[in-house]
Design a protein around this ligand. Structure first.
Ligand SMILES: *Cc1c(COP(=O)(O)O)cnc(C)c1O
Length: 434
């Protein structure tokens, strides 16, 4: 058994408030976080007072931001980590290689849309997007078209918090509005409508055509826009993008960091449309939520273009690139996913969320209720009171993290029917009280 925690909860929270930045938070912190003691299956065990066994448990409705698809403390993933730990936690990737990274690359090539052949292992989703952008800009530079260095995306997106990704996040109302005018200026289309509309597709085509001379790539989150607003759109738009990009000599990047590994009901959201992008980013669920790792995949066309240039190398190489521990767990997570009937599990959760969230539609202050795959969203007509909504969810025994006007959930695929119902009830409670 692990030793007793050293810090009394009060002291821990006080130190946390004074010294530790939390995501999108002020310093010192204003809203007290919950203290997690441990996590197992779909439950987080909280420390509410001193000692170990006095904590309450909450069902995790967030999969730790899309990542913990198999739940916590999974024996298979634990074994993979332990086994790899006994060999090596890390070695540099320059001039060295190892089986976990090679096996992971092979898995990703085999499971991703046909045509993606090469894999750059990055250490976070945002970095994988930076790498994707660098690949695209360098591709055109290598082909003697250095003016093609802008990106086009649709509004409502989210691609991470480092510089290039921030520049393609929704410029209004999103997290990075502060930096308009400082960030590279990209080309924005209106947000994609939920259903397919030919007039929107036409505007998208026209925008790509008119900016083709300066566009390196179009980058979008396929089918589900995550942290930019939890909006869904018709997969048919992905085919429109593919055709327009091909017609006008623009690369196409899919950011599947949130949507990858089955979350939307297809292994990758691109599969809903049968489209292969030139570059694709994955992250979040890649290691089953165990460790940070992401990947940028590209076609041979992109790799060959880059290697034809004056500088034929991709000048990127994070210190912890290809981390063996993360790669070994990622392989185990992918094998675990593909070795089971994940489609049925995701469908089962989709059905449970549809039933459980239906009552939310009648609540005052609710604008929309939507479900796709193992994703459930209740959109309010006002900014959510995060503290009140979180309190309501925890009172129902569930961990949720609402933002903006959204209360949403994307549970681990192993969440049982009873717990899915409980999560849905908590989303309704949070929507009512937030
Ligand atoms: C989370 C996310 C990112 C950023 O990934 P990090 O690992 O947080 O850097 C990028 N794109 C999408 C679509 C995401 O959901």
């Amino acid at each position: 058994m692990p030793d007793l925690p050293v810090l009394p909860v009060r002291e821990l929270l006080d130190l946390d408030r004074r010294h530790v930045w939390h995501p999108y938070g002020p310093m010192p912190g204003r809203q007290e976080p919950l203290v997690v003691e441990s996590a197992s299956g779909v439950r987080l065990k909280l420390r509410t007072a001193d000692g170990v066994d006095d904590g309450v448990e909450v069902v995790d409705g967030m999969s730790s931001w899309w990542s913990a698809i198999h739940g916590y403390n999974h024996p298979v993933l634990n074994d993979a980590a332990r086994d790899q730990l006994g060999r090596m936690s890390h070695v540099m990737f320059g001039g060295l290689t190892h089986e976990p990274a090679v096996r992971l690359a092979k898995h990703l090539v085999d499971m991703s849309p046909q045509g993606l052949e090469h894999v750059f292992l990055a250490d976070s989703g945002s970095v994988s997007v930076e790498v994707a952008v660098k690949m695209c800009l360098q591709y055109w530079r290598s082909l003697g078209r250095p003016r093609k260095q802008r990106l086009l995306t649709w509004r409502g997106g989210y691609h991470g918090d480092t510089w290039q990704p921030m520049s393609v996040c929704d410029p209004e109302g999103g997290m990075h509005e502060l930096w308009q005018g400082v960030l590279p200026r990209q080309v924005f289309a209106d947000p994609p409508p939920v259903e397919y509309e030919e007039s929107y597709a036409d505007r998208l085509r026209a925008l790509i055509e008119s900016h083709a001379d300066e566009l390196a790539a179009v980058i979008v989150e396929p089918v589900v826009q995550g942290a930019g607003g939890m909006r869904f759109h018709s997969p048919a738009y992905l085919r429109v993008l593919r055709e327009a990009c091909d017609a006008h000599g623009v690369l196409l990047v899919f950011d599947e960091i949130a949507t990858g590994f089955g979350r939307t009901g297809a292994l990758f959201a691109a599969d809903h449309a049968g489209v292969t992008p030139d570059v694709m980013c994955v992250g979040k669920a890649l290691t089953g939520g165990y460790m940070t790792m992401a990947a940028t995949l590209c076609t041979s066309g992109v790799a060959e273009g880059i290697s034809r240039g004056e500088v034929p190398v991709l000048a990127h190489g994070p210190t912890f690139m290809g981390n063996p521990l993360a790669a070994a767990v990622a392989c185990a997570s992918i094998e675990l996913l593909l070795g089971q009937d994940w489609q049925t599990e995701v469908k089962r959760i989709e059905t449970g969320l549809r039933e459980g969230l239906a009552p939310a539609a009648d609540l005052p202050g609710v604008r929309d209720v939507r479900v796709l795959g193992a994703i459930g969203v209740v959109q309010l007509d006002h900014a959510v009171d995060m503290a009140a909504a979180t309190r309501a969810a925890v009172r129902e025994g569930v961990w949720l993290r609402p933002f903006r006007d959204l209360v949403y959930t994307m549970p681990p695929y192993v969440t049982g029917d009873g717990d899915v119902a409980r999560i849905a009830a908590a989303v309704c409670a949070a929507a009512r009280e937030g």
